[in-house]
Ligand binder design. Structure first.
Ligand code: MF3
Ligand code: CO
Ligand code: CO
Length: 255
């Protein structure tokens, strides 16, 4: 299909969608506590997106996905399906929000800590966040996708963690997942050249143990093969004339 470059006007529209997705993550924060189910978090987000934001939750019915958000707890790497499991003290979970507004997608996720996770779990979340930031900071015209992947991989592995290979970031726009694939590992100077108008996600999944994953029988839930903890952060960003513009970062927030 090829990479679809976005005009400055289109990037304005994508920022609207991006901010809505970021606002869902901000809204849901106070609801994430011991005893709440991931299904309840899904219902709250669904109502907020459809009623308050007048937007569309992109995951719902996407390739058969049954819910409006993804909730990935502890050893779940990504695409966890909200359900009736209660969150318990010490859990870490990723909530991944994608909204469609005026036809444009905004995709972002972050980790939430339930009660008091172990030091190890908190460190993993921080490493996943900082891995994403290392990748984002590489983005500018003239560099290549491999430079992003390399920066993420080098950082995560320097902290003794592994980078999931089986899932990646992606181009995004009127289509949820479009070209290019944004690998979170790689070699400098390799891969697609970054040019202004490219819009894609960076969303490294970082495992405390080994990088291998397994898909559960539900066809969606991905967990670490060795059952170690996994963490992920995600932003949608545009390549600008001299760097990057994080479309899912709310004004005043740090990436
Ligand atoms: N939001 C996920 C991503 O970052 C994709 C979820 S697909 C779904 O690409 F169907 F599971 F929702
Ligand atoms: Co994504
Ligand atoms: Co996402």
């Amino acid at each position: 299909m090829g990479i679809v470059l976005k005009t400055p006007e289109e990037i304005v529209a994508m920022r609207v969608a991006g901010h809505l997705a970021g606002e869902v993550l901000r809204m849901i924060r106070e609801h994430v506590r011991v005893g709440v189910t991931t299904g309840e978090l899904d219902e709250i987000c669904h109502a907020y997106i459809t009623e308050e934001q007048q937007a569309v939750p992109a995951p719902l019915n996407y390739r058969g996905f049954p819910k409006s958000i993804c909730t990935s707890v502890n050893q779940v790497v990504c695409h966890g399906i909200p359900g009736n499991k209660k969150l318990k003290n010490g859990d870490i979970l990723n909530i991944d929000i994608t909204v469609i507004k005026d036809g444009w997608h905004g995709d972002t996720s972050k980790m939430f800590l339930v009660g008091e996770p172990t030091v190890r779990a908190r460190q993993l979340c921080e490493i996943a966040h900082d891995s994403m930031v290392k990748g984002i900071e590489m983005v500018k015209p003239g560099l290549r996708l491999g430079d992003i992947g390399h920066a993420i991989q080098r950082y995560a592995e320097s902290k003794g963690c592994s980078v999931v290979r089986d899932y990646c970031g992606h181009g995004i726009g009127r289509v949820f997942h479009e070209d290019p694939q944004v690998l979170h590992y790689g070699r400098p100077g390799v891969g697609e050249l970054l040019v202004p108008g490219m819009v894609f996600t960076i969303e490294p999944m970082i495992n405390h143990g080994k990088k291998e994953t397994r898909l559960l029988a539900d066809g969606w839930t991905v967990h670490t093969k060795d059952r170690s903890l996994s963490a992920q952060y995600e932003h949608t960003l545009a390549v600008t004339e001299d760097g990057y513009d994080v479309l899912t970062c709310l004004p005043g927030d740090e990436i």
